[in-house]
Design a protein around this ligand. Sequence first.
Ligand code: ATP
Length: 359
Amino acid sequence: MSGISLDGITKRYGSDVLAVDGVDLDIESGEFVTLVGPSGCGKTTTLRTIAGFEQPTSGTIRIGGEDVTDAPPYERNTGMVFQDFALFPHMTVHDNVAYGMEADGGYTDEEIDARVAEMLELVELPEVGDRYPDQLSGGQQQRIALARALAPKPDALLLDEPLASLDKKLREQMQVELRRIQQEIGITTVFVTHNQEEALTMSDRLAVMNDGRFEQVGPPGDVYDDPDTRFVADFLGTANIFDGDVADVDGDYVSVDVGDATMRTVSRFDVDVGDRVSVIVRPERFTFADASADGGDAENAFDGEITFRRHLGSSVEFRLETSTGRELVVVRRSGSEDRRPDDRVAVSVAPDDCRLVNR
Ligand code: ATP
Protein backbone atom coordinates (compact mmCIF):
# COMPACT_ATOMS: atom_id res chain seq x y z
CA MET A 1 0.00 0.00 0.00
CA SER A 2 1.03 3.58 -0.50
CA GLY A 3 0.85 6.90 1.20
CA ILE A 4 -0.24 10.06 -0.58
CA SER A 5 1.37 13.45 -0.23
CA LEU A 6 0.06 16.79 -1.39
CA ASP A 7 2.58 19.58 -1.48
CA GLY A 8 1.31 23.12 -2.12
CA ILE A 9 -1.63 22.05 -4.28
CA THR A 10 -3.42 25.00 -5.84
CA LYS A 11 -6.20 24.81 -8.41
CA ARG A 12 -7.56 27.82 -10.25
CA TYR A 13 -10.38 27.82 -12.75
CA GLY A 14 -9.85 30.79 -15.06
CA SER A 15 -8.73 33.97 -13.32
CA ASP A 16 -11.67 34.23 -10.89
CA VAL A 17 -12.02 30.92 -9.07
CA LEU A 18 -9.39 29.77 -6.61
CA ALA A 19 -10.88 26.36 -5.78
CA VAL A 20 -7.89 24.99 -3.84
CA ASP A 21 -5.43 27.35 -2.23
CA GLY A 22 -2.04 25.77 -1.51
CA VAL A 23 -2.89 22.69 0.56
CA ASP A 24 -0.29 20.38 2.11
CA LEU A 25 -1.14 16.94 3.46
CA ASP A 26 0.79 13.75 4.11
CA ILE A 27 -1.47 10.71 4.26
CA GLU A 28 0.16 7.60 5.65
CA SER A 29 -0.11 4.22 4.05
CA GLY A 30 -3.33 2.56 5.25
CA GLU A 31 -4.72 5.75 6.74
CA PHE A 32 -8.36 6.88 6.33
CA VAL A 33 -8.42 10.64 5.87
CA THR A 34 -11.59 12.64 5.35
CA LEU A 35 -11.84 15.99 3.61
CA VAL A 36 -14.82 17.72 5.17
CA GLY A 37 -16.25 21.19 4.73
CA PRO A 38 -19.20 23.16 3.38
CA SER A 39 -20.34 23.08 -0.22
CA GLY A 40 -17.86 24.73 -2.58
CA CYS A 41 -14.88 24.66 -0.21
CA GLY A 42 -12.74 22.61 -2.64
CA LYS A 43 -13.03 19.02 -1.37
CA THR A 44 -13.98 17.41 -4.66
CA THR A 45 -11.42 19.42 -6.59
CA THR A 46 -8.69 18.26 -4.18
CA LEU A 47 -9.79 14.63 -4.58
CA ARG A 48 -9.94 14.94 -8.35
CA THR A 49 -6.39 16.26 -8.47
CA ILE A 50 -5.29 13.15 -6.54
CA ALA A 51 -7.18 10.93 -9.01
CA GLY A 52 -5.71 12.81 -11.96
CA PHE A 53 -9.03 14.08 -13.33
CA GLU A 54 -7.89 17.64 -12.64
CA GLN A 55 -4.43 19.04 -13.19
CA PRO A 56 -3.33 21.30 -10.30
CA THR A 57 -2.31 24.82 -11.26
CA SER A 58 0.72 24.36 -9.03
CA GLY A 59 2.04 21.91 -6.46
CA THR A 60 3.12 18.28 -6.41
CA ILE A 61 1.21 15.04 -5.78
CA ARG A 62 3.02 11.85 -4.79
CA ILE A 63 1.50 8.42 -4.44
CA GLY A 64 3.77 5.80 -2.87
CA GLY A 65 6.60 8.35 -3.02
CA GLU A 66 6.31 8.69 -6.79
CA ASP A 67 5.58 12.08 -8.35
CA VAL A 68 2.32 11.57 -10.29
CA THR A 69 1.47 15.25 -10.79
CA ASP A 70 1.61 14.95 -14.58
CA ALA A 71 0.45 11.32 -14.86
CA PRO A 72 -2.96 10.56 -16.39
CA PRO A 73 -5.58 8.88 -14.13
CA TYR A 74 -5.03 5.35 -15.46
CA GLU A 75 -1.35 5.45 -14.51
CA ARG A 76 -2.06 6.36 -10.87
CA ASN A 77 -3.57 3.08 -9.72
CA THR A 78 -6.31 4.59 -7.61
CA GLY A 79 -9.85 3.24 -7.22
CA MET A 80 -12.68 5.74 -7.10
CA VAL A 81 -16.29 5.59 -5.90
CA PHE A 82 -18.75 8.42 -6.52
CA GLN A 83 -22.05 9.41 -5.01
CA ASP A 84 -24.10 8.13 -7.95
CA PHE A 85 -22.49 4.62 -7.98
CA ALA A 86 -22.18 4.72 -11.79
CA LEU A 87 -22.41 0.95 -12.24
CA PHE A 88 -22.82 -0.06 -15.88
CA PRO A 89 -26.54 -0.90 -16.14
CA HIS A 90 -26.22 -3.30 -19.06
CA MET A 91 -23.53 -5.42 -17.35
CA THR A 92 -24.00 -8.06 -14.65
CA VAL A 93 -22.54 -7.47 -11.21
CA HIS A 94 -19.74 -9.92 -12.08
CA ASP A 95 -18.84 -8.00 -15.22
CA ASN A 96 -19.05 -4.66 -13.41
CA VAL A 97 -16.59 -5.86 -10.76
CA ALA A 98 -14.35 -7.44 -13.43
CA TYR A 99 -14.34 -4.26 -15.51
CA GLY A 100 -11.14 -2.67 -14.17
CA MET A 101 -9.16 -5.90 -14.45
CA GLU A 102 -10.41 -6.47 -18.00
CA ALA A 103 -9.43 -2.92 -18.89
CA ASP A 104 -5.97 -3.33 -17.34
CA GLY A 105 -5.45 -6.61 -19.25
CA GLY A 106 -2.95 -9.31 -18.35
CA TYR A 107 -5.30 -11.47 -16.24
CA THR A 108 -6.63 -14.91 -17.11
CA ASP A 109 -10.40 -15.55 -16.90
CA GLU A 110 -9.75 -17.77 -13.86
CA GLU A 111 -7.85 -14.99 -12.10
CA ILE A 112 -10.62 -12.53 -12.81
CA ASP A 113 -13.36 -14.91 -11.63
CA ALA A 114 -11.44 -15.66 -8.43
CA ARG A 115 -10.87 -11.98 -7.72
CA VAL A 116 -14.51 -11.08 -8.41
CA ALA A 117 -15.62 -13.83 -6.01
CA GLU A 118 -13.17 -12.55 -3.39
CA MET A 119 -14.46 -8.98 -3.75
CA LEU A 120 -18.11 -10.08 -3.53
CA GLU A 121 -17.24 -11.97 -0.33
CA LEU A 122 -15.51 -8.88 1.02
CA VAL A 123 -18.61 -6.73 0.53
CA GLU A 124 -20.78 -9.60 1.84
CA LEU A 125 -22.78 -10.08 -1.37
CA PRO A 126 -21.39 -13.40 -2.64
CA GLU A 127 -24.60 -14.48 -4.37
CA VAL A 128 -25.37 -11.55 -6.68
CA GLY A 129 -22.80 -11.97 -9.48
CA ASP A 130 -25.41 -12.79 -12.13
CA ARG A 131 -27.76 -9.96 -11.29
CA TYR A 132 -27.98 -6.59 -13.02
CA PRO A 133 -27.56 -3.33 -11.05
CA ASP A 134 -31.29 -2.52 -11.18
CA GLN A 135 -31.96 -5.78 -9.32
CA LEU A 136 -30.04 -4.48 -6.29
CA SER A 137 -30.96 -2.02 -3.54
CA GLY A 138 -29.15 1.30 -3.28
CA GLY A 139 -26.93 0.05 -0.47
CA GLN A 140 -26.10 -3.13 -2.38
CA GLN A 141 -25.25 -1.13 -5.50
CA GLN A 142 -22.88 0.97 -3.47
CA ARG A 143 -21.13 -2.14 -2.12
CA ILE A 144 -20.71 -3.38 -5.68
CA ALA A 145 -19.28 -0.01 -6.70
CA LEU A 146 -16.78 -0.44 -3.88
CA ALA A 147 -15.98 -4.02 -4.98
CA ARG A 148 -15.44 -2.75 -8.52
CA ALA A 149 -13.06 -0.02 -7.35
CA LEU A 150 -11.07 -2.49 -5.21
CA ALA A 151 -10.87 -5.40 -7.68
CA PRO A 152 -7.80 -4.15 -9.60
CA LYS A 153 -5.89 -3.81 -6.27
CA PRO A 154 -5.47 -0.04 -6.30
CA ASP A 155 -2.82 1.65 -4.15
CA ALA A 156 -5.40 4.09 -2.81
CA LEU A 157 -9.17 4.40 -2.59
CA LEU A 158 -10.76 7.77 -3.37
CA LEU A 159 -14.36 8.24 -2.27
CA ASP A 160 -16.48 11.24 -3.23
CA GLU A 161 -19.62 11.42 -1.05
CA PRO A 162 -20.25 7.70 -1.67
CA LEU A 163 -23.00 7.44 0.95
CA ALA A 164 -24.80 10.71 0.24
CA SER A 165 -27.74 9.23 -1.67
CA LEU A 166 -28.52 6.53 0.91
CA ASP A 167 -31.17 7.04 3.57
CA LYS A 168 -30.00 7.73 7.12
CA LYS A 169 -30.22 4.20 8.50
CA LEU A 170 -28.52 2.60 5.52
CA ARG A 171 -25.97 5.35 5.49
CA GLU A 172 -25.00 4.58 9.07
CA GLN A 173 -24.73 0.85 8.31
CA MET A 174 -22.58 1.57 5.29
CA GLN A 175 -20.30 3.85 7.33
CA VAL A 176 -19.48 0.89 9.57
CA GLU A 177 -19.23 -1.48 6.63
CA LEU A 178 -16.97 0.78 4.61
CA ARG A 179 -14.66 1.28 7.56
CA ARG A 180 -14.54 -2.48 8.20
CA ILE A 181 -13.60 -3.19 4.59
CA GLN A 182 -11.02 -0.39 4.54
CA GLN A 183 -9.38 -1.72 7.69
CA GLU A 184 -9.54 -5.33 6.55
CA ILE A 185 -7.49 -4.62 3.44
CA GLY A 186 -5.56 -1.71 4.97
CA ILE A 187 -5.95 0.53 1.94
CA THR A 188 -5.01 4.22 2.03
CA THR A 189 -8.31 6.09 1.70
CA VAL A 190 -9.33 9.66 1.03
CA PHE A 191 -13.00 10.29 1.70
CA VAL A 192 -14.90 13.45 0.80
CA THR A 193 -18.04 14.47 2.65
CA HIS A 194 -19.87 17.59 3.73
CA ASN A 195 -21.42 15.57 6.55
CA GLN A 196 -19.56 16.41 9.74
CA GLU A 197 -20.93 13.45 11.68
CA GLU A 198 -19.67 11.05 9.03
CA ALA A 199 -16.25 12.71 9.13
CA LEU A 200 -16.08 12.46 12.92
CA THR A 201 -17.12 8.81 13.12
CA MET A 202 -15.17 7.28 10.23
CA SER A 203 -11.76 8.87 9.95
CA ASP A 204 -8.30 8.31 11.37
CA ARG A 205 -7.78 11.98 10.64
CA LEU A 206 -9.89 14.65 9.10
CA ALA A 207 -9.00 17.81 7.24
CA VAL A 208 -11.55 20.58 7.72
CA MET A 209 -11.67 22.68 4.55
CA ASN A 210 -12.89 26.23 4.15
CA ASP A 211 -12.41 28.44 1.13
CA GLY A 212 -9.87 26.18 -0.54
CA ARG A 213 -7.67 25.75 2.53
CA PHE A 214 -7.25 23.31 5.36
CA GLU A 215 -8.30 25.06 8.56
CA GLN A 216 -7.27 22.11 10.73
CA VAL A 217 -6.01 18.57 10.23
CA GLY A 218 -6.04 15.98 13.01
CA PRO A 219 -7.75 12.99 14.63
CA PRO A 220 -11.51 13.56 15.05
CA GLY A 221 -11.37 13.78 18.85
CA ASP A 222 -8.59 16.38 18.81
CA VAL A 223 -10.26 18.55 16.21
CA TYR A 224 -13.59 18.37 18.05
CA ASP A 225 -12.15 19.08 21.50
CA ASP A 226 -9.49 21.55 20.43
CA PRO A 227 -10.73 23.50 17.43
CA ASP A 228 -8.09 25.88 16.09
CA THR A 229 -10.58 28.32 14.62
CA ARG A 230 -14.09 29.59 15.12
CA PHE A 231 -15.03 28.07 11.77
CA VAL A 232 -13.91 24.57 12.81
CA ALA A 233 -15.73 24.83 16.15
CA ASP A 234 -18.90 25.92 14.41
CA PHE A 235 -18.74 23.44 11.52
CA LEU A 236 -17.92 20.27 13.45
CA GLY A 237 -20.55 19.24 15.96
CA THR A 238 -22.41 21.74 18.10
CA ALA A 239 -20.63 24.60 19.82
CA ASN A 240 -21.63 27.35 22.21
CA ILE A 241 -19.69 30.31 20.86
CA PHE A 242 -19.14 33.44 22.94
CA ASP A 243 -17.67 36.29 20.90
CA GLY A 244 -15.87 38.94 22.89
CA ASP A 245 -12.69 40.88 23.61
CA VAL A 246 -9.80 39.95 25.86
CA ALA A 247 -10.23 41.85 29.15
CA ASP A 248 -7.32 40.43 31.14
CA VAL A 249 -4.42 38.01 30.74
CA ASP A 250 -3.22 36.05 33.79
CA GLY A 251 -0.57 33.46 32.96
CA ASP A 252 -2.22 30.63 31.03
CA TYR A 253 -5.69 32.04 31.69
CA VAL A 254 -7.54 34.79 29.89
CA SER A 255 -10.65 36.72 30.87
CA VAL A 256 -12.94 37.59 28.00
CA ASP A 257 -15.68 40.20 28.06
CA VAL A 258 -18.51 38.53 26.12
CA GLY A 259 -21.02 41.33 26.68
CA ASP A 260 -23.35 39.83 29.27
CA ALA A 261 -20.58 38.11 31.25
CA THR A 262 -16.87 37.81 31.74
CA MET A 263 -15.62 34.34 30.96
CA ARG A 264 -12.36 32.85 32.13
CA THR A 265 -10.67 30.35 29.87
CA VAL A 266 -7.38 28.57 29.49
CA SER A 267 -5.39 29.74 26.47
CA ARG A 268 -2.74 27.97 24.42
CA PHE A 269 -1.63 30.99 22.43
CA ASP A 270 -0.55 34.56 23.15
CA VAL A 271 -3.23 37.21 23.28
CA ASP A 272 -3.32 40.85 24.37
CA VAL A 273 -5.98 42.85 26.11
CA GLY A 274 -8.45 44.08 23.49
CA ASP A 275 -7.92 41.18 21.02
CA ARG A 276 -11.09 39.97 19.33
CA VAL A 277 -11.60 36.33 20.32
CA SER A 278 -14.27 33.69 20.82
CA VAL A 279 -14.71 31.32 23.73
CA ILE A 280 -15.88 27.88 22.59
CA VAL A 281 -17.79 25.56 24.92
CA ARG A 282 -18.88 22.13 23.68
CA PRO A 283 -22.35 21.18 24.98
CA GLU A 284 -20.98 18.25 27.05
CA ARG A 285 -18.68 20.60 28.96
CA PHE A 286 -21.43 22.54 30.69
CA THR A 287 -22.68 21.19 34.00
CA PHE A 288 -25.87 22.07 35.82
CA ALA A 289 -25.75 23.79 39.18
CA ASP A 290 -28.86 24.56 41.19
CA ALA A 291 -30.02 28.07 40.47
CA SER A 292 -30.90 28.61 44.13
CA ALA A 293 -27.68 27.14 45.54
CA ASP A 294 -24.28 28.82 45.37
CA GLY A 295 -24.27 28.75 41.56
CA GLY A 296 -23.12 32.34 41.84
CA ASP A 297 -19.66 31.23 42.95
CA ALA A 298 -19.12 28.89 40.02
CA GLU A 299 -16.95 30.20 37.21
CA ASN A 300 -18.50 30.93 33.83
CA ALA A 301 -22.00 30.53 35.22
CA PHE A 302 -25.20 31.41 33.40
CA ASP A 303 -28.72 31.18 34.71
CA GLY A 304 -31.78 30.69 32.61
CA GLU A 305 -34.74 28.54 31.74
CA ILE A 306 -34.89 25.25 29.86
CA THR A 307 -36.81 25.75 26.62
CA PHE A 308 -36.35 22.36 25.01
CA ARG A 309 -35.17 18.87 25.79
CA ARG A 310 -34.63 15.86 23.55
CA HIS A 311 -33.15 12.41 23.88
CA LEU A 312 -30.18 11.57 21.67
CA GLY A 313 -30.00 7.94 22.79
CA SER A 314 -27.18 7.71 25.30
CA SER A 315 -27.39 11.42 26.09
CA VAL A 316 -29.96 14.19 26.49
CA GLU A 317 -29.75 17.60 24.87
CA PHE A 318 -31.10 20.67 26.64
CA ARG A 319 -31.56 24.11 25.15
CA LEU A 320 -31.83 26.97 27.55
CA GLU A 321 -32.39 30.67 27.31
CA THR A 322 -30.28 32.68 29.71
CA SER A 323 -31.60 35.70 31.58
CA THR A 324 -29.66 37.84 29.09
CA GLY A 325 -31.35 36.20 26.10
CA ARG A 326 -28.57 33.86 24.99
CA GLU A 327 -29.43 30.35 23.76
CA LEU A 328 -27.13 27.66 25.16
CA VAL A 329 -26.94 23.97 24.30
CA VAL A 330 -26.08 21.52 27.05
CA VAL A 331 -25.69 17.76 26.61
CA ARG A 332 -25.66 15.40 29.61
CA ARG A 333 -25.51 11.65 29.93
CA SER A 334 -28.95 10.07 29.71
CA GLY A 335 -30.48 9.53 33.15
CA SER A 336 -28.03 11.87 34.90
CA GLU A 337 -30.32 14.93 34.84
CA ASP A 338 -34.00 15.09 35.56
CA ARG A 339 -34.59 18.60 34.20
CA ARG A 340 -37.50 19.66 32.08
CA PRO A 341 -38.69 22.56 29.97
CA ASP A 342 -39.61 25.65 32.05
CA ASP A 343 -37.25 24.60 34.90
CA ARG A 344 -35.03 27.44 36.08
CA VAL A 345 -31.43 26.29 36.07
CA ALA A 346 -27.87 27.49 36.24
CA VAL A 347 -25.04 26.06 34.17
CA SER A 348 -21.34 26.59 34.46
CA VAL A 349 -18.16 25.47 32.79
CA ALA A 350 -14.63 25.22 34.15
CA PRO A 351 -12.02 27.48 32.48
CA ASP A 352 -10.04 24.36 31.50
CA ASP A 353 -13.07 23.08 29.57
CA CYS A 354 -13.33 26.23 27.46
CA ARG A 355 -11.33 26.82 24.27
CA LEU A 356 -10.12 30.19 23.07
CA VAL A 357 -9.90 30.95 19.35
CA ASN A 358 -9.27 34.12 17.37
CA ARG A 359 -12.11 35.64 15.43
P1 ATP B 1 -19.59 20.26 -2.87
O1 ATP B 1 -19.67 19.70 -1.48
O2 ATP B 1 -20.71 21.19 -3.19
O3 ATP B 1 -19.35 19.21 -3.92
P2 ATP B 1 -16.76 20.95 -2.88
O4 ATP B 1 -16.20 21.34 -1.56
O5 ATP B 1 -16.47 19.58 -3.36
O6 ATP B 1 -18.30 21.24 -2.90
P3 ATP B 1 -15.56 21.81 -5.33
O7 ATP B 1 -16.47 21.03 -6.22
O8 ATP B 1 -14.17 21.32 -5.16
O9 ATP B 1 -16.21 22.02 -3.90
O10 ATP B 1 -15.52 23.31 -5.88
C1 ATP B 1 -14.68 24.30 -5.31
C2 ATP B 1 -14.90 25.61 -6.06
O11 ATP B 1 -14.45 25.50 -7.40
C3 ATP B 1 -16.35 26.03 -6.15
O12 ATP B 1 -16.42 27.43 -6.02
C4 ATP B 1 -16.77 25.59 -7.54
O13 ATP B 1 -17.81 26.40 -8.03
C5 ATP B 1 -15.49 25.79 -8.32
N1 ATP B 1 -15.38 24.87 -9.45
C6 ATP B 1 -15.35 23.52 -9.39
N2 ATP B 1 -15.21 22.98 -10.61
C7 ATP B 1 -15.14 24.02 -11.48
C8 ATP B 1 -14.98 24.12 -12.91
N3 ATP B 1 -14.84 23.02 -13.67
N4 ATP B 1 -14.95 25.36 -13.43
C9 ATP B 1 -15.05 26.46 -12.66
N5 ATP B 1 -15.20 26.44 -11.31
C10 ATP B 1 -15.24 25.24 -10.74
